[in-house]
Design a protein around this ligand. Structure first.
Ligand code: ADP
Ligand code: MG
Length: 293
């Protein structure tokens, strides 16, 4: 990881001003990514909403499914999520269709969000007694249901646990997206996550794979951040995006204004890095399809 100088940063900004807003390539097929890591505070929600917003701003249609009862993704996208609002909870228990619970975010007309309300907190227990309890989200996410939204990308923002909600997310998706915080305990718990993914592969969703890892909250002032970065890249190779998300105050402030960093401070490094990461994902998506045909 090379250092980031103020001059390099300014040059980068200038380049972007000169070549603005090129659209990202669409995938041939809808990509559904589950943003998972049972550790809390590693940047799942932040990554889901900012990547989604970046893609939406570059012409892709994106749906964020908030599957965490805390509703942080809904907050960041400026979407109503008071108790009683039609949400992912009603969709899981079959009361409304997911499409009817989806609302357009004021961040972009291409960006939809299915909010999570506190009602979801009881779902983990309620679901246990229901039939097809692991496949409820998958059933809610079918083409017919999503026909009027037609998203290119779906990001499912998981709660910080490996419970039934996360299992539902892994069954509903083809890809797992894992954010890893550049901190000392970054890799702790990762093998447990990978074990769970394997269990889901073996029993519920054969096609599931870890397609993308994103390093978040990188602090260039610490040696540790570089060590963690190197270690994660050594373990996971090309699954790890080249772009690393820096620790940035702007990124953490944005949700307080019901915004992503992409609208809160579009010129900030955090916004640019999320834009770069989103571009990488979109380009990989386009390439994936080309080679698999
Ligand atoms: P998770 O969804 O995994 O629990 P969050 O995305 O909510 O994690 O992030 C945890 C906290 O860290 C939040 O307060 C968020 O604003 C902050 N945060 C996330 N990414 C960054 C970043 N790149 N720089 C600074 N703060 C960040
Ligand atoms: Mg979260």
């Amino acid at each position: 990881m090379t250092g980031w100088t103020p001059i390099a940063e300014e040059a980068e900004r200038a380049t972007r001003v000169l070549h603005p807003d090129e659209p990202f390539p669409k995938p041939n097929r809808r990509r559904v990514l589950t943003v998972a890591n049972q550790k809390g505070g590693v940047g799942k929600t932040t990554s889901a909403v900012n990547l989604a917003a970046a893609m939406a701003m570059r012409g892709l249609k994106v749906l964020v499914v908030d599957l965490d009862p805390q509703g942080n993704a809904s907050t960041a996208l400026g979407v109503e999520h008071r108790s009683g609002t039609p949400s992912v909870y009603e969709a899981l228990i079959g009361e409304v269709s997911l499409a009817d619970a989806a609302v357009v975010s004021d961040q972009s007309e291409n960006l939809y969000c299915v909010p999570a309300t506190i009602d979801l907190a009881g779902a983990e227990i309620e679901l246990v007694a229901m039939t097809a309890r692991e496949t409820r989200l998958k059933e809610a996410l079918t083409d017919q249901v999503l026909d009027n939204i037609r998203p290119d990308y779906v990001f499912i923002d998981c709660p910080p646990s490996l419970g039934l909600l996360t299992v539902n997310a892994m069954v509903a998706a083809e890809e797992v997206f894992i954010p890893i915080q550049c901190e000392y305990y970054a890799l702790e718990g990762l093998s447990q996550l990978l074990n769970n993914i394997e269990l889901v592969q073996n029993h519920l969703n054969q096609g599931l794979w870890v397609s993308t890892i994103l390093l978040t909250m990188y602090d260039g002032r610490t040696k540790l951040a570089d060590q963690v970065t190197a270690e994660v890249r050594r373990h996971f190779g090309d699954t790890v995006l080249k772009t690393v998300i820096p620790r940035s105050v702007k990124v953490s402030e944005a949700p307080g204004f019901g915004q992503t960093v992409l609208t809160y401070d579009p010129g900030s490094r955090g916004a640019m890095c999320y834009l770069d990461a989103a571009r990488e994902i979109a380009e990989r998506g386009a390439a994936q399809e080309a080679t698999s045909e």
